[in-house]
Design a protein around this ligand. Structure first.
Ligand code: PEP
Ligand code: MN
Length: 341
């Protein structure tokens, strides 16, 4: 349920209404928009009489929110959410960012790659230290040592790090190391204990869509994190599994405008995992920009044929230079003038 208040409502009157609702055992979400103030009510709304609420002077109207996701719902929070990823980098609400780096952290070459992606214009550094691999015999990542290499690179380049956490027991390690953005990978998009554990932190989260996850399931995964208190969620479309075999996944670019319509959270697109082939990454990165993504996540490796994972979809630093030029070009074409970056 949401209560849409008159713009003229005083702070005192809003606070009074919020505490009245909270005393009934519900949580509230207050959002100040340009033309109205919206209070989102989360919990057992049968405890609230909508007619009584609507009869209050400051309340313009009351609306039921039928979707099961509440905190992630744009009806609760009409304005775009801007997530602060640290190092002065914000995403959402017109702030566009490119997250780039290798699939896996492999060693000292991370710094070489990081310098090149930063020079090309990437604003956030990615790299997996804990890798979710389909085979238990495949490379599983460097673990905590990989986090240290990321931290060293981020320190030198003053860029936020995005890296995947797979196990609820590792969340505290990521928090202690000051990881800027925790990624939840496609394979963990419905790992509810992990979502809840990350929800208890304040670290921004890049939440990827599950391999066979619907848009609603992605939003419910976000709701798991947000309902625990962490509202710094960035959604990520990374392709879904379909009958098509010519690409690693099918890039569902519909999801970008659909997610913007349904939710206020920033939306990133990942053309690397969506296509699985270097040759398709650039065109689909450009398409994602045109579709309105708030950011891109792109895998880059200094020597893709030697990469320990996902070499087939990595761009070389030279290819990434060109892709960044074209991303800037397409963004200039679609820009409305109110973009921040
Ligand atoms: C990754 O980002 O390297 C990764 C494993 O992504 P996904 O979870 O989308 O497959
Ligand atoms: Mn990868």
């Amino acid at each position: 349920m949401i209560a849409i208040l008159r713009k003229s409502a005083s702070d005192d009157a809003v606070n009074h209404l919020v505490s009245w609702i909270e005393k009934k055992g519900l949580q509230t979400n207050v959002s100040y928009g340009e033309n109205e103030i919206v209070i989102g009510l989360v919990g057992d709304t049968t405890k609230i009489d909508p007619f009584l609420l609507e009869s209050m002077d400051i309340v313009e109207r009351v609306q039921r929110v039928s979707e099961p996701f509440k905190k992630a719902n744009r009806k609760f929070h009409p304005a775009d959410t801007v997530v602060d990823c640290g190092h002065g980098v914000k995403i959402g609400g017109g702030n566009f960012q490119v997250i780039a780096g290798p699939c896996s952290v492999e060693g000292k070459n991370l710094l070489t790659i990081a310098r090149r992606v930063k020079k090309a214009g990437a604003t956030m550094l990615r790299g997996g230290a804990f890798k979710p691999r389909t085979s238990p015999y495949a490379y599983q990542g460097m673990g905590a040592e990989g986090l240290d290499l990321l931290i060293e690179a981020a320190g030198e380049l003053d860029m936020p790090i995005v890296t995947e956490v797979m196990d609820p027991r590792d969340v505290q390690l990521f928090v202690d190391r000051g990881i800027d953005v925790m990624q939840i990978g496609a394979r963990n998009a419905q790992n509810f204990p992990l979502l809840k554990e990350i929800g208890k932190t304040t670290t921004p989260v890049l939440l990827k869509r599950g391999m066979s996850g619907t848009i609603d399931e992605l939003l419910m995964a976000a709701e798991y994190i947000m309902s625990e208190g962490n509202e710094n969620v960035i959604l990520c479309e990374r392709g879904i599994r379909t009958f098509e075999t010519r690409t690693r996944n099918t890039f569902d670019l519909n999801a970008v405008p659909v997610l913007h319509y349904l939710s206020h959270l920033p939306v990133v697109a990942d053309p690397s995992h969506a296509t699985g082939y270097t040759r398709y990454v650039e065109p689909m990165a450009l398409a994602a920009c045109a579709a309105g993504a708030d950011g891109l996540e792109i895998e880059v490796h200094d020597c893709p044929e030697k990469a320990w994972s996902d070499g087939s979809q990595a761009l070389t630093p030279d290819q990434f230079d060109r892709t960044m030029d074209r991303i800037r070009a397409i963004r200039a074409v679609i820009s409305t003038g109110d973009d921040q970056s």
